[in-house]
Design a protein around this ligand. Sequence first.
Ligand code: ADP
Ligand code: ZN
Length: 613
Amino acid sequence: MQMTPEAILKEYFGYDRFRAGQAPLVQRILSGGDVLGIMPTGAGKSVCYQVPAMLLTGMTIVISPLISLMEDQVAALREAGIPAACLHSNLDSSAYYRTLDAVRNGEVRLLYAAPERLLTDMFLSLTDTVAIAMVAVDEAHCLSQWGQDFRPSYLQITEFLHLLPRRPVVAAFTATATETVRADIRRLLDLQSPLELVTGFDRANLRWIVERPSNKYRALLEVLKRNRGKSGIVYCISRNQTDKVCEKLRADGYAAGRYHAGMSAEERSANQEAFLHDELQIITATNAFGMGIDKSNVSFVVHYNMPKSMEAYYQEAGRAGRDGSPAECVLLFSAQDISTNMLLIESSAQDNDRLTPQQRGIIRRKDEERLQAMVRYCSLTDCLRHYILRYFGEESPDRCGNCGSCLTDTETVDATVPAQKILSCVYRVRQRGSACGAKMLCDILQGKDTKQLQERGYAQLSTYGLMQDVSRVQLEHMVNILISRGYLVTDTGQYRTLSLGERAIPVLRGQKQVSMSLPLHDLKETRRAQRLAAMPDYELDDALFQKLRKVRERLAAREHMPAYIVFSDATLREMCVKRPSDEEELLAISGVGRHKLEKYGAAFLEALSGGGV
Ligand code: ADP
Ligand code: ZN
């Protein structure tokens, strides 16, 4: 009798139930339909095709962009007792032929392949002898020119699908939700009325925090203090910045390493390995780092600079807490980050000479819109999680209780008068037949003595210097709130100039009140720091946890694999809390499947019963 998907999930992966969204995708695949799963990093995309791959008649081909990612996945599947293999250009020829033989003999359920392999004669001849039940395309946004990482080799998938004797189920997965990218994926993979599902964007264990520190390095040290001894990533915007932060951390005694495209391939992979194996506690990196990093025990991801988009941010920050343990994602914002990103957008538009000027203009506008959404996130006083989820199209409550905003004391105040001042300043500027963006608006209201304001005659406005008594941060917050609620409207031109929205008129006339909840930044800093420091955690017996980690390390070394492939931290934590005393109880722990039980169960049971390591 055939097993159910739930039974496969338990037996091989050790999980009791599917997460929201996984089950419908699995069902659709099993009934022979195509799917497009839009799920963020860590939401559990792989299970969606790995479980059906065990049940379909025929082999599944998984297309994945990075060799390291493939090898990791294949190692993890084999650990779970699932016959998987990969084909890529880094294999020596004997390994390559061995894999081909295994595939021909029907010994492989999941075959991971780099897209460059697909159209080779060798690969195509395979598909004549072996039935292909499904083609799963991981990181499917690589198909789209409009996505973040277009990979021309991905276009070979289209041709490959046409060359197959029978069209298999096609299952595409990506974390990118924009409609343009989705449309490209549907078209290029020729998806047949796919089940399209946006799911799993909420990562309840991640705590979202935005800081606007006067000294970023000091703010970083605060995060490290809260996370003593735990693994983390620090993303920087440039190679230079990456090097500098890494050096400082080392000088301060941290086991930090760096990773960026300006280093030799050897140094990069050595540092990556050291980080994966917990020899380096911290890795400072540009966004070149991370694709293909499955390390599940990353406890914090700090962005030293604001990234270029919410998509990029969510993907990078999402590398924290993949095993479900509490983790934090901290963004250290400064206004400088906006101009740096604008420069990057400009230079990348110029670099791209495959495109017509018109296409370049479109891309540039989209980039600027994405940046704008990112900037809004950085100046939010409302719930950060709610903003993120709304951005990706998922419903959620207004307040989450586990983000920097929800944990900050705010006070709801009647802000009618400051709102009137801000709105009438925009009105005055417009009245002069002129226009300004949010930054200049704040400059005017604060009475800044700049050449630009003088030249434009703004220093003569009746609203010039009208809000000198308000802190810049508070003023920017208020402007942002007015924009987000439609009192002010930004145009889409280069300077994002402001004009009055319809809702502004009754406020200016004194017919409507405006209330805002503003952070009590200055007063309550210490209390906020204390709250942020208190992470929710299991009541953990730390000595036992460390002991289990040692067992895991020993087993991983024996198998030549990173520790988290044996068991995740979350699994070890649950063992510490539930203290299973026999095989059956151990099997009930999330993450313990039958195969791993047989391979590793005895060692862990012995440690749990008080035995030596
Ligand atoms: P991604 O979407 O980034 O590919 P993965 O497939 O690597 O994410 O899954 C992230 C983590 O969540 C992995 O450790 C995986 O084993 C775990 N996971 C996936 N599905 C479930 C589930 N139903 N129950 C518990 N853990 C799960
Ligand atoms: Zn919140």
